[in-house]
Design a protein around this ligand. Sequence first.
Ligand code: GLY
Length: 416
Amino acid sequence: MKYLVLGSGGREHCIAWRLLNDGSASEVYVAPGNGGIAPEYCIPIDPANFDAVKKICLEKKIDVVMVGPEAPLVSGVVDYLSKEKIPVFGPSRQAAMLEGSKLYAKRIMEKYGVPTSAHRDFQGKESILSYLSRIKDYPIVIKLDGLAAGKGVCVASSQEEAHKFVSENCFSDSIVFIEDFIDGEEASVLGISDGENIFPFIAAQDHKRAFDGDKGPNTGGMGAYAPAPVINETRLRQVRDEVLVPVINGMKKEGHPFKGILYAGIIVRGSDIKVLEFNVRFGDPEAQVLLPLLKNKLGDLIEASITGNLSKKILEFQPRHAITVVIASGGYPGTYEKGKLIVGLDRISSDIIVFHAGTQSKNGQILTSGGRVLNVTACADTLLQAREKVYQEITKIFFEGSFFRSDIAYRAIPAR
Ligand code: GLY
């Protein structure tokens, strides 16, 4: 089978690696790809250019397209390719609204009884500022509707902070909603669906803040591990029964069956779970710890999702642990320089997997080209062993300004 993976991050490198390594694929092209993928398999096109995607599919005789990031899904790449009779994994444009519009997701959750915090919605900067000046209880969560590349959410601990966020990010036509803040531990539960059935993966936990101790600005994710013990087997069943299944049934009733990966950002407090958000694709860096532990062939699951045959599959995971640590460019998630030479990749032990993200290959050298640059990943029988391995190896890799968090998985195992 020949696959085309759309995207350029660590998640897409990991998907391509997995498809090749478990025998699902004979060839995997990645568009546009990154420096971790052999140049002859990188296709320099923009995944938002659907005509170009179709042309490549025909030229390379692609059997299946796998969409990595949310933007092409929300813009309708699945609808477009399906019309062209090109098999594609992921939700339709309407179903992808679960990530494309936080308000749509909230309405679906409310309609189908999925646990989530109460909210109020507003249209326009003035109406929200007027509401903020009347409330006294902080913290609150402010969410901008629509895709915002991880920058659309603010947990405001004071009126001043809330005003600043709204003043800087909202316009007269912005749709915004405010939620109660829930204090608890976050985890990511992803499920794969064929529109009728959904099966959860083991839970993972991301680390969104830039620096150790969950300090500093929010990022796309600085590291992850799986399984995350905060979602034990009982809670995983609870997430399946109270969140994933009702949403899949609800979307079917709405006339927009959801196929692909449904990612629920969950907050856990005692025995209570609530959904913070949905994504409609693999998480990044969650994919980098879930896919190495998956026992099934990824290609079989993708095919079963597309053809509506998932009920015949049993999702299985190795009884092991995985951890991934992101090496980022100095200054990320703010401004950072690109084009730094990465050294040490050739010295990494063979049982470590380095998924590339913001890298490019130039004249035989690997240079930085983004904020999150590499995902150094290890699997082992215990989380402690996996963490030891990763942190032993990661210091062998260097580029000017590079940094990484040294406390990934700190909620599950004591600090080193
Ligand atoms: N790890 C967060 C995300 O993929 O959105």
